[in-house]
Design a protein around this ligand. Structure first.
Ligand SMILES: NC(=O)c1ccc[n+]([C@@H]2O[C@H](COP(=O)([O-])OP(=O)(O)OC[C@H]3O[C@@H](n4cnc5c(N)ncnc54)[C@H](O)[C@@H]3O)[C@@H](O)[C@H]2O)c1
Length: 309
């Protein structure tokens, strides 16, 4: 571990949907770096995964951190407002990670109004109202807080079985840009992280039923493997996501493209360059980025290179 290992000591982070998948990895990573993590989950979402939140807390503690579990459906705005306010009153609130999300894979004519509304309520509406409440509290308490939203490359690429999901992530990116312009002058940053294909429960049934599609993702992935939640945790808890952006320039409002493992035929160095350009506004040279061993290592190497680790 380097000297930044405990950079979140004394900070409190709420991570929504942290009982499993990407949220759990982010909570564990933040806890390992000193943050007190509030792991939220929804009972209905975890009905098939008994003990998931307890396991997430156990892993956070095993990583050397502390935290607690709170149950609330992110789509229940008043319950989430109460949860955020209660945490802030008790311990303060430094970081909110809007991670909870759903992605039922559906064909065009299978999408009903109810399903459309549910996906939008959880993935987009809830992200706005949780961010709004966190921002209200951070402004009241004069906290230079950090809000990170887990978006998706689906915001930018058309995925045939995610027609209802793609616009929610596009909406997240748009709200991040707009809110950044309001919050940045107060020292509060809001960013989006856009993962590509990450192996989690979110689409496990579909993945298992479509092994040829998964193989195609792997073949198109620059590092020839599926993404892991920990890859995204490295970005979601990174200085780039948590400390870098200010809203005084255009660039500040841009979402981080953390799609090092995305299922698009991109060149990894190009992705790194894109992230770098967005971080410091300069076009970098590619020294040291040509042959990264893995997506996560490439990202960390890039951040070290930028002296922001
Ligand atoms: N896995 C991927 O390939 C991928 C790619 C891009 C973006 N994402 C995004 O990352 C985020 C996390 O996805 P994941 O793959 O880890 O999912 P997952 O299904 O593995 O975990 C989802 C988590 O969210 C919680 N949750 C679900 N509905 C909730 C609700 N209504 N209220 C509160 N909590 C709720 C669950 O309890 C669980 O902890 C989502 O926003 C998803 O859209 C995932």
């Amino acid at each position: 571990m380097n000297s930044t290992a405990k950079r979140f000591q004394g900070k409190t982070a709420i991570v929504t949907g942290a009982s499993r998948g990407i949220g759990r990895a982010i909570a564990v990573r933040l806890a390992s770096e000193g943050a007190y993590v509030v792991i939220t989950y929804a009972k209905a979402a975890d009905a098939k995964y008994p003990g998931a939140p307890e396991e997430a807390l156990r892993l956070a503690r095993e990583a050397g951190g502390e935290g607690e579990i709170r149950e609330a459906d992110v789509a229940d705005t008043s319950a989430m407002r109460a949860l955020i306010r209660d945490v802030a009153d008790g311990r303060g609130l430094d970081i909110l990670v809007n991670n909870a999300g759903i992605c039922p894979m559906l064909e065009l004519f299978e999408i009903t109004e109810d399903l459309w509304d549910r996906v939008h309520d959880i993935n987009l509406r809830a992200v706005f109202f949780a961010s709004q409440e966190a921002a209200r509290i951070m402004l009241e308490k004069k906290t230079r807080g950090r809000i990170v939203c887990i978006s998706s490359i689906s915001a930018e690429i058309g995925t045939p079985t995610q027609i209802h999901y793609c616009p929610t992530k596009g909406g997240v990116n748009a709200l991040v840009k707009a809110m950044a312009s309001v919050l940045g002058p107060h020292g509060i940053t809001i960013n989006a992280v856009m993962p590509g294909d990450i192996a989690t429960d979110i689409s496990r049934e579909w993945d298992e039923a479509n092994p040829e599609e998964i193989q195609r993702y792997i073949e198109r992935c620059p590092v020839r493997r599926r993404g892991r939640p920990e890859d995204i945790a490295a970005v979601g808890s990174s200085p780039a996501a948590l400390t870098w952006w200010m809203a005084e320039s255009h660039r500040s409002c841009e979402a981080i493209t953390a799609s090092l493992l995305q299922n698009q035929p991109v060149d990894q160095v190009d992705v790194c360059r894109e992230l770098r350009i967005q971080i410091d506004g300069r076009v970098p040279d590619n020294d040291g980025l040509q042959q990264p061993a893995s997506g996560q290592e490439a990202l960390l190497a890039m951040m070290e290179d930028l002296h922001i680790l």
